[in-house]
Design a protein around this ligand. Structure first.
Ligand SMILES: [Zn+2]
Length: 343
């Protein structure tokens, strides 16, 4: 089969479009004919290499897969060949206490398709049967692939971790990112007042169209000053963080008393400082969040299937041009998801 593979970590140039053997199925696994695979920042990190994370090489990246069941392995009972599926990105053991409690993203063996195991930038992908979810028939393969990772991540952050309540005020950083464009919609659905940030007016106009009530251009405006102005000095109840070092100080300073900061990533760096007096006297909460659970994915998928939540697709690339897609994603000019299409 054709696949995008890298044998060593590095820039987009390490990605090779080549022939590799089709994966063999083990008990409880299915072979999916990939039709579209969305990219995430995770793909850039996996390709570049992460300290202390021994990614098995050679490696096929890609976590967000929409496709069709091509074959089923032994003991598979719930899906059949020919069936369209959207895959949950998270793979876990299914047996430990975290998995049994439904917190599969806290499983010690938790990983994502395309992270510690091969992913979807290929014609075929092997995955556990339990990762197959009903295909949202209102969406094309490209649109469907844009859903899983960012929708489950934003859902887990806002609803499960930060316990966002209707009519609260929320600051969403990076409106143009996959998680940002999703978070705007989820918060809007709850009737929250959404303040979104972005680096150019074009992105901010798109954020407004998705439901942002207020927008801050972080290139020309100071986020904490604008939040203060927009909330009559009160601050917001929830800050949706994934930027890290560049925005951390402003994010903390934007919180109202009792506010919650929830973070799923740090695209500009991991170093952050906090004044503990500020943390305790204002009774703030700082919440880490990682991916989402399969049951959350099932919930968010219902809202996607009825059109209440919509994937935001920026542009597509053919599988053979996956390296160009990585370069484009790294450039940060996109609004929404960058998707690789497999013909
Ligand atoms: Zn487990």
């Amino acid at each position: 089969m054709k696949a995008v593979v890298f044998d060593k970590h590095g820039g987009p140039e390490v990605l090779r479009y080549t022939d590799v053997p089709e994966p063999e199925l083990r008990s409880g696994e299915v072979l999916v004919r990939v039709r579209a695979c969305a990219l995430n920042h995770l793909d850039l990190w996996v390709r570049g290499g992460l300290p202390g994370v021994p990614i098995p090489l050679p490696h096929i990246p890609g976590s967000d897969v929409a496709g069709v069941i091509a074959k089923i392995g032994p003991n598979v009972t719930t899906v059949t060949p020919g069936q369209k599926v959207l895959l949950a990105p998270g793979v876990s053991c299914g047996k430990c206490s975290a998995c049994l409690a439904g917190f599969d993203n806290q499983c010690p063996q938790f990983t994502n398709l395309g992270y510690m195991i091969d992913g979807g930038c290929a014609e075929f992908l092997r995955c556990p049967e339990v990762n197959c979810f009903p295909y949202p028939e209102n969406l094309s393969f490209e649109q469907a692939a844009a859903v899983p990772l960012v929708f489950q991540t934003a859902w887990h952050m806002l609803l499960t971790r930060a316990r966002l309540r209707p009519a609260e005020e929320v600051l969403i950083l990076g409106a143009g990112s996959g998680v940002g464009s999703t978070a705007i919609q989820i918060a809007g659905m709850l009737g929250c007042r959404v303040i979104a940030t972005g680096g150019d007016e074009g992105k901010l106009a798109k954020a407004r169209a998705l439901g942002a009530d207020e927008c801050i251009n972080h290139k020309t405006q100071r986020i904490k000053d604008e939040v203060r102005r927009l909330t009559a000095k009160r601050g917001v109840d929830v800050v949706f963080e994934h930027v890290g070092t560049a925005t951390w100080e402003d994010s903390l300073a934007s919180l109202a008393r009792g506010g919650r900061l929830v973070t799923c990533g740090a695209t500009t760096g991991y170093d952050a400082k906090i004044d503990l007096r500020f943390l305790f006297s204002r009774q703030l909460s700082i919440l880490g969040s990682y991916m989402g659970t399969k049951s959350e994915f099932a919930a968010v998928l219902k809202l996607v299937a009825t059109g209440r939540l919509k994937p935001v697709l920026d542009r597509t690339f053919p599988l053979a041009e996956c390296a160009a897609a990585h370069t484009y994603l790294e450039g940060g000019r996109q609004f929404g998801k960058v998707v690789v299409v497999v013909h």
